[in-house]
Ligand binder design. Structure first.
Ligand SMILES: NC(=O)c1ccc[n+]([C@@H]2O[C@H](COP(=O)([O-])OP(=O)(O)OC[C@H]3O[C@@H](n4cnc5c(N)ncnc54)[C@H](OP(=O)(O)O)[C@@H]3O)[C@@H](O)[C@H]2O)c1
Length: 333
């Protein structure tokens, strides 16, 4: 095997970007032995260069300017781990246009700009990969790609938000109120100081829109998701669900019927004889139904630095090995 050095740029060195840097450093030899690819972080961008150094990277790779990333010929793959819609979406487009593969964990930017980013990747002949954007370390995109090669996907249903699942689990198992469970989730780092994106169902809607777009082969925007959060779920409702042998879960569901895709995120009663009722704490699970394969369930850690970095670094290796063929086909809306 001919070994090849591949230059990486990190946009963002927070929870996810920092974990990607550590994973590359710790797994470099293993990755090289298995793929022949030696990963080297050549650029790392944050709002300040101090943040890059705090993340354990050398000051020589630190930058605060996107021009220094996209203009660097030594960078082959750009990892977008900044979050938010903008400037992340623009930076991903610029990176693809300048001939770099892009790997992202950003469900918001991807779900809102999916068709445009895919079109840019395809016209530039580069990979746009996003395994970590839904389900953290769970290989959902790889499984969808495998199933989609033969099946028509008719249904996607599951738990894609670890924060709300943690809160609902604490309410069910400890009798906590919503406010108590949220506070605890925040103390443990499972919930952001501003929990709106999680508890109001936006995060789940972004993820559902990405999965449904892949299943449909067409951009389905997150605004099309009929969305309800968990802030109105009461301890009495949770206790009653438990007494009936089931659980209340924030379910993200997309279903194909005669009129097209119907998408919904909201709290639902899940009967005890269904796998989803038993997904506890910050775990995620997704059931994908294909017309030939039937229902397939994937379960694992839907967030957290290590699982997320695992998915991102796998995407980097795939981007280098296979390139643009892995970029999906997503038609405009
Ligand atoms: N955390 C998880 O478990 C997880 C799991 C799956 C996916 N994700 C996704 O991964 C992405 C990153 O999440 P995170 O938890 O790592 O966030 P984070 O800890 O807040 O880190 C964000 C990083 O991006 C940098 N950044 C943000 N805006 C920037 C800008 N305009 N210019 C330059 N740098 C900027 C920040 O710079 P400073 O350090 O200088 O502020 C920081 O280094 C998000 O899309 C998130 O949804 C996260």
């Amino acid at each position: 095997m001919t070994n090849r050095e591949v230059g990486i740029a990190l946009l963002g060195v927070g929870t996810v970007g920092g974990a990607v840097a550590r994973t590359i450093a710790e797994q470099r030899d293993v990755i090289e032995a298995r793929s022949g690819i030696r990963l080297v972080v050549r650029r790392a961008m944050a709002r300040s260069t101090e943040r890059v150094v705090q993340a354990g990277l050398p000051v020589e790779v630190a930058t605060t300017k996107i021009e220094e990333v996209i203009g660097d010929d030594g960078v082959d793959v750009v990892v977008e781990a900044m979050g938010g819609e903008e400037p992340a979406a623009t930076y991903m487009r610029l990176a693809l246009e300048s001939g770099k593969h892009v790997v992202t964990a950003n469900k918001e930017a991807l779900s809102k700009h999916f068709a445009g980013l895919v079109a840019t990747a395809r016209s530039s002949g580069r990979a746009l990969l996003f395994e970590a954007s839904v389900g953290g370390g769970i290989p959902l995109m790889a499984s969808l790609r495998q199933i989609l090669a033969v099946n028509r996907i008719t249904r996607i249903r599951g738990i894609v938000n670890g924060t709300t699942n943690y809160i609902l689990t604490q309410m069910a198992e400890r009798g906590a109120t919503y406010a108590e469970a949220l506070r605890e989730a925040q103390q443990l780092g499972y919930a952001e100081p501003d929990p709106t994106a999680d508890v109001e169902g936006y995060d789940a809607a972004y993820k559902l829109a990405i999965l449904a777009s892949l299943a449909a082969g067409r951009h389905i925007r997150p605004e099309r998701v009929d969305r309800t959060g968990i802030t109105g779920v009461t301890p009495e409702q949770v206790a009653e669900a438990g007494a009936r042998g089931g659980a209340i879960k924030l379910i993200a569901g997309a279903e194909l019927d005669a009129e097209g895709w119907r998408l919904r995120v909201g709290p639902e009663f899940v009967p005890g004889d269904h796998l989803l009722a038993h997904v506890r704490l910050n775990y995620n699970a997704m059931e994908i139904t294909g017309d030939r394969v039937g229902p397939v369930v994937l379960y694992g850690q839907g967030a957290g630095p290590q699982p997320t970095a695992s998915a991102i670094v796998s995407d980097i290796v795939d981007a280098v090995r296979f390139g643009a063929v892995l970029t999906p086909e997503i038609a405009p809306e």
